[in-house]
Design a binder for this molecule. Sequence first.
Ligand SMILES: [Zn+2]
Length: 230
Amino acid sequence: MPIPKWKIKGIVDDHDTCGCCGRRGLKRTVAMMPLDADGNEDGTAEDVVYYGTSCAATALSWTQAKVTDTARTAQAERDQRDNWARRIISIYAPVEFAPVHDKARVYYGRNQHQRDTGVKATEKVAKLLTEARATLADTTTGPARPSRIEDFRRYVVIFNRDGGISLVRRVPEEEAERQEQAAAAQRRAEKIRGRLLVVAALDAEAARDVAYADNLTREWNTKAWQATHA
Ligand SMILES: [Zn+2]
């Protein structure tokens, strides 16, 4: 089999013109990265082309159904990587400039099997954050996604009696709404005899991770929120 000239990166709805034949008004287009002769990605987001599914099918000698399936799978994988990146940043960005001792406790607390392997927490945290930020900055299939501590939002998290999360809600910006929500959350927590936490994170999924994290991770999370939103 010949090596394909393109790799499908996803399916997008913000490019409505086929980069191959110029047809306009397409509902969505397929993002394709050029490959070199060995089948390695040959370029950056700037080199990605956006083709309609029929032109993409022709370029790859595939059926349109295979193009669509592959594009949807690639897009779902990217969304998962984005979710991973938001969790990594929500957990580790607040300890990025923390004392090494705290950083190590946060890292090894989540990676206990590495504790005695000589893995340096500082390097690991730096590497994870670099990768996570690059993931969210990748514009291949859409605009860059928020990735800074300044982009964190606060979430109220209610735990049930068994320690599982019963509810996650974004904390409103407006003071009166915020007080109303806090009171309602308190009532609910009491009713189910659970407990309540407020954490900062890039999204609600990442907020769950922060809420489940150890006290030290959450202390730094609170500090980071206060430092950027004081
Ligand atoms: Zn076309």
